[in-house]
Design a protein around this ligand. Structure first.
Ligand SMILES: *Cc1c(COP(=O)(O)O)cnc(C)c1O
Length: 461
């Protein structure tokens, strides 16, 4: 044992070794030193517990090099989404179309017009870049963009109803993943929640009877991630607007997903579009930027100028403000909505409306590529994708899956090996078989999957 200890090199000796000396050119000396020390300590421990009885210098060097390499791997990085859940909140919700790239890069790496009016040569507003487009696109008087929809709801309630009552139907007191709960947001905003009706039924007189001199707002919340079915009644947006007009109270709708395309045209269930809610005459509408809109994380507030102006003056707006990378990508994406065909260009909508025959072709191609690898079994299956992100909760989108089976590897083990890679591949296990839903695969993903499977089988062989 003593002998083995003595054979361990010193940290200084290690740092002088050819390969290590080479990486020292690109890595901090202190970091390499620490890694070397840790690796040596590990070897000492293994010698002590008699786990090893011999070693060579080469393997120590390799271990240090691999640790240095591992440290470089970014925590936040690309993954392959083989789950078929389109707006997957854990995997980053919506993907940008390639049209955003150049603008995002320019604003990130160069100075920009963020808060500068080039015509006047003076200070401008960061919100103006998207406000004008939103107003044109949605026929509204004003718009404001904040950090996310939760922030949008908080800001609107705080501005319009602090210390006053907001009337909401009991059937709409939703919780969205990540603990966004209407009653809690209401409390934080300083508004007082006045719930009316019952879980399954709320009528117009429930709202009317609850109105008092302390009422500030009538709120409707879109029950994005669930449906109340059966013996139910809820009042429509138009009816709520009518009550608002009659009692001189502003109305607000938290729409959640903020779809701006009528999905019925693509054979999907009706999801109220932002345009429909605007037409109904609601004073304030809020929705997310990264759900069905398919853009960056953002909370979009649109509606009457007099209310939005109040929000702009609220000090909370400064705390909830969006950054330039969000604004530039949002502006570019809104321009796609305004000037071209969003369903063809925006990944979230493209995936949602993908035609079965195209998914089939994509699945056949993937299956063929996988079958070209030896020792793998792969089949086509018919499965369902989900919209995700708390939108279209009842919609099972018929899709195609490609199964992967490798002899000698359990489904759980294979799922894990695909997941813990440099570019993680996230799959589903359906009936004990690893399955990749092709709906959420993007360009380049097939090659990544094939490469990964080749490596995984290589290890097995
Ligand atoms: C998703 C959702 C929210 C929260 O939106 P974020 O952009 O995730 O903050 C709020 N309300 C409704 C109805 C939603 O669907």
């Amino acid at each position: 044992m003593e002998n083995l200890y003595r054979m361990l090199p010193s940290v200084d000796e290690i740092l002088k070794e050819g390969k290590i000396a080479e990486v020292l050119k690109f890595n901090k000396r202190e970091v390499v030193k620490k890694i070397a020390r840790d690796v040596l300590e590990k070897y000492r421990e293994k010698i002590r517990t008699r786990e090893i009885e011999e070693f060579n210098r080469e393997e120590i060097t390799e271990e240090i090099l691999s640790q240095i390499e591992k440290r470089k791997k970014m925590n936040l990085r690309r993954v392959v989404n083989g789950t078929g859940i389109i707006i997957h909140t854990n995997l980053g919700r919506s993907l940008f179309p390639p049209q955003v790239k150049e603008y995002l890069w320019n604003v990130a790496c160069y100075y920009s017009t963020l808060e500068y009016d080039v015509e006047k040569g003076e200070r401008g507003s960061r919100y103006s870049h998207v406000e004008e487009i939103l107003c044109e696109l949605l026929s509204v008087e004003a718009a404001l963009v904040v950090n996310n929809n939760a922030a949008a709801v908080l800001l609107a309630l705080n501005t319009l109803a602090k210390g006053k009552e907001v009337i909401v139907s009991r059937g709409q007191l939703i919780e969205i993943g990540g603990s966004f709960r209407i009653p809690d947001v209401m409390l934080q905003s300083g508004a007082i929640l006045k719930e009316v009706g019952t879980t399954n039924k709320t009528y117009d007189y429930d709202y009317i009877n609850a109105i008092s001199e302390n009422t500030a707002l009538l709120l409707k919340v879109h029950t994005s991630n669930y449906r109340i079915v059966g013996f139910t009644h809820d009042i429509g947006t138009e009816e709520l607007v009518q009550i608002g007009i009659k009692y001189n109270l502003p109305t607000m709708e938290d729409l959640g997903s903020g779809v701006m395309v009528d999905l019925r045209e693509y054979g999907l269930a009706y999801e109220p579009t932002v345009q429909d809610v605007v037409k109904a005459g609601v004073d304030i509408i809020t929705f997310s930027g990264d759900k069905l809109l398919g853009g960056p994380q953002a909370g979009i507030i649109i509606g009457k100028k007099k209310y939005i102006d109040l929000m702009k003056k609220n000090p909370l707006t400064r705390a909830l403000r969006v950054d330039k990378l969000c604004l530039v990508s949002l502006e570019r994406i809104l321009r796609i909505y305004r000037d071209s065909n969003p369903v063809e260009l925006i990944p979230t909508l493209k995936m949602l409306t993908a035609r079965p025959q195209d998914l089939y072709k994509k699945a056949v191609n993937l299956k063929e590529s996988i079958l070209s690898i030896t020792k793998i079994k792969s089949q086509l299956t018919q499965i369902s994708s989900l919209s995700g992100g708390g939108s279209l909760p009842e919609e099972n989108l018929p899709s195609y899956g490609v199964t992967v089976e490798i002899e000698g590897l359990s489904a759980n083990e294979l799922e894990k090996r695909l997941r813990i890679r440099e570019i993680p591949i996230i799959t589903r296990i359906i009936s004990d078989v690893v399955t990749i839903d092709v709906r959420t695969l993007v360009e380049g993903d097939e090659d990544i999957i094939v490469k990964a499977l080749k490596e995984v089988t290589g290890v097995c062989q």
